[in-house]
Design a protein around this ligand. Structure first.
Ligand code: ASP
Length: 590
């Protein structure tokens, strides 16, 4: 071993011991005679002192040291004199008086500071990820991730789950995204698909009798990137047999509560987790993944303005749409410029504009973009509906229900940010329940599953599959935290006839369904237990636990926003020979 102790280990009780430490030079201070170095490894920092009177040669070596050099030193632990301790460092009671030193490896000047958390352009961080990962903040995140994974493994093992790996080279398992395909050399013209999730495989494991399965599984989805998405990401994939919705939710709730309370200092806002229905979430917050750290609910004013001569409002209602608003408490003094910013903001989400009203003191006229087109009574009714008080800013979108919800749901989060209502130290875990089973796909004139193909309809709704599919509710449950969906799951269909009916409703011809999922349909006929599961997204959950804004901060080697690896430079072209082996001819646009 190169070291007898770590750089985070020594205390004043070690005074007088001879020790060997090895690590990186975090900082060097040359005080003329004495040279001080903070030596760093994963466990912390230790101050080491080079005194020319103790060892001249070691002192010479110290003069040559620069940041990030890898060194090994041998010396004696010395309790620092009173007043010279450093309370910022865990090892701050001691220093090492160096007797000998060795440079193991020199280092170029790094492209950014490793020893402080100064802002660095992300591209540069990703190109030199191995240096970025040396930084304290990243080490904290990566170590927390390890602890969470260990917690999960221990917890689920105690609950009778077993960890089973499933293949990466498989067949398309759709979760609504494009597949990543891998060409087969031995079967020319055929492709494997990387799993979008192990969904089918975990269901097959239930049919195989394992009853409680989990896997910390890599999933692959070729979709447009956003802050909380990556082309490959990690799910805690779980499945259980002979269970109902509540049983799955209970396991996850106990596990997540334990993780949060034992591994972090975040505050769990709801204990037990809050539960709301999909309809309520859409109605009150405009989204099925609401951030419940704060109120600011959306209100509908259709009934108040349906007959108004103001066509922007009444026209939207006449076309089957909605006029919805939210009360930005205390923002009544916003300037035109700030309101214009909010208007541009909602336009990004499809709204044509943003109507606004700044509530005045009693007896005075409101400032507003639309009040002049309405009667005084109509205006007051609207103010009341939104519980507006003097100094509030009421904001409205008149559009289809989808656009009104999407734009105002987002605006609610934006206002929450502006009003500092979204405290990263608070976690608001919420179950969203009673999802519609299908959503209608008008373009293709068919039903799309709102979760995935294998989710079971509510038992009492099975007849609706024939008569009125749009009214069917699914046995689906999502776990939401601070505005992010962090887990989605469902009780599954376990009968071939119902699975075939669902395939039919989503426009999958029986022959096609058999070609894609024949193995699963067939398996259903060999004694399939009722089963269900869930798959928390580890990256998103970690992002919230670590208090980060982006999942890339909790993944060791993430892809960039455009799905590339900037360090290794992937994807890259391959040789003509490789393509030939795979029987592939490229047809690239010039
Ligand atoms: N396979 C689902 C997903 O990836 C999760 C589940 O239903 O268990 O979203």
């Amino acid at each position: 071993m190169y070291k007898t102790h770590t750089c985070g280990q020594l205390r004043k009780s070690d005074h007088g011991k001879t020790v060997t430490l090895a690590g990186w030079v975090n900082r060097r201070r040359d005080h003329g005679g004495l040279i001080f170095i903070d030596l760093r490894d994963r466990w912390g920092l230790t101050q080491v002192v080079f005194n020319p009177d103790v060892n001249e040669e070691a002192h010479k070596i110290a003069s040559a040291l620069r940041a990030e050099y890898v060194v090994k030193i041998k010396g004696i632990v010395n309790e620092r004199p009173a007043g010279l301790e450093n309370p910022e460092m865990e090892t701050g009671e001691v220093e090492i008086i160096v007797q000998s030193a060795e440079i193991i490896n020199a280092a170029k000047t790094p492209p950014f500071y490793i020893n402080k958390d100064a802002p660095v352009e992300e591209k540069l961080r990703l190109k030199y990820r191995y240096l970025d990962l040396r930084r304290q903040r990243m080490q904290k995140n990566i170590i927390l991730r390890h602890q969470v994974n260990q917690y999960i493994r221990n917890f689920l093992t105690q609950e009778g789950f077993i960890e089973i790996e499933t293949p990466i080279l498989f067949k398309s398992t759709p979760e609504g995204a494009r597949d990543y395909l891998v060409p087969s050399r031995v079967h020319p013209g055929k492709f494997y698909a990387l799993p979008q999730s192990p969904q089918q495989l975990k269901q097959l494991l239930m049919i195989a009798g394992y009853e409680r399965y989990f896997q910390i599984a890599r999933c692959f989805r070729d979709e447009d990137q956003r802050g909380d998405r990556q082309p490959e990401f990690t799910q805690l994939d779980m499945e259980m047999s002979f269970v109902e919705q509540d049983d799955v939710m209970d396991i996850v709730e106990r596990m997540f509560t334990g993780i949060i309370e034992e591994l972090t200092d975040k505050k769990l806002l709801f204990k037990p987790f809050k539960q709301i229905s999909y309809n309520e979430a859409m109605d009150r917050y405009g989204r099925d993944n609401p951030d419940l750290r704060f109120d600011l609910e959306l209100k509908t004013i259709n009934d108040l303005i349906a007959n108004s001569p103001f066509k922007v409002f009444s026209g939207a209602v006449a076309r089957g749409g909605m006029v919805r608003g939210l009360n930005a408490r205390g923002c009544g003094g916003y300037s035109r410029k700030k309101i214009d910013e909010l208007t541009s903001f909602v336009k990004e989400f499809g709204a044509k504009g943003l109507a606004w009203l700044s509530v005045a003191e009693a007896g005075q006229a409101h400032r507003s973009s639309f009040a002049k087109f309405l009667s005084a009574e109509e205006v007051e009714a609207i103010v009341q509906q939104l519980e507006g008080e003097a100094g509030d800013l009421l904001l409205f979108v008149a559009d289809s229900a989808e656009v009104a919800n999407e734009s105002l749901g987002r605006l609610r989060l934006e206002i929450g940010d502006r009003l500092d209502l979204r405290d990263n130290n608070v976690l608001a875990l919420t179950w969203v329940l009673d999802f519609p089973f299908f959503t209608y796909n008008a373009e293709e004139n068919r039903w799309d599953p709102s979760h995935h193909l294998f989710t079971a309809p509510a038992d009492e709704d099975i007849p609706l599959l024939d008569s009125d599919p749009g009214k069917t509710k699914g046995k689906q449950y999502d776990l939401v935290c601070n505005g992010h969906e962090i887990a989605g799951g469902s009780i599954r269909i376990h009968r071939r006839d119902i699975q075939e009916k669902v395939f039919d409703l989503i426009g999958l011809e029986l022959e096609e369904a058999k070609a894609q999922f024949g193995h699963l349909l067939e398996a259903f006929e060999y004694g399939t237990p009722p089963h269900g599961g869930i798959a928390p997204g580890i990256d998103r959950f970690m992002m919230l636990l670590a208090g980060e804004e982006n999942i890339r901060e909790v993944i060791a080697f993430p892809k960039s926003q455009s799905a590339t690896d900037l360090m290794a430079d992937a994807p890259t072209p391959v040789t003509a020979g490789q393509l030939q082996d795979l029987h592939i001819k490229l047809d690239l646009e010039k």
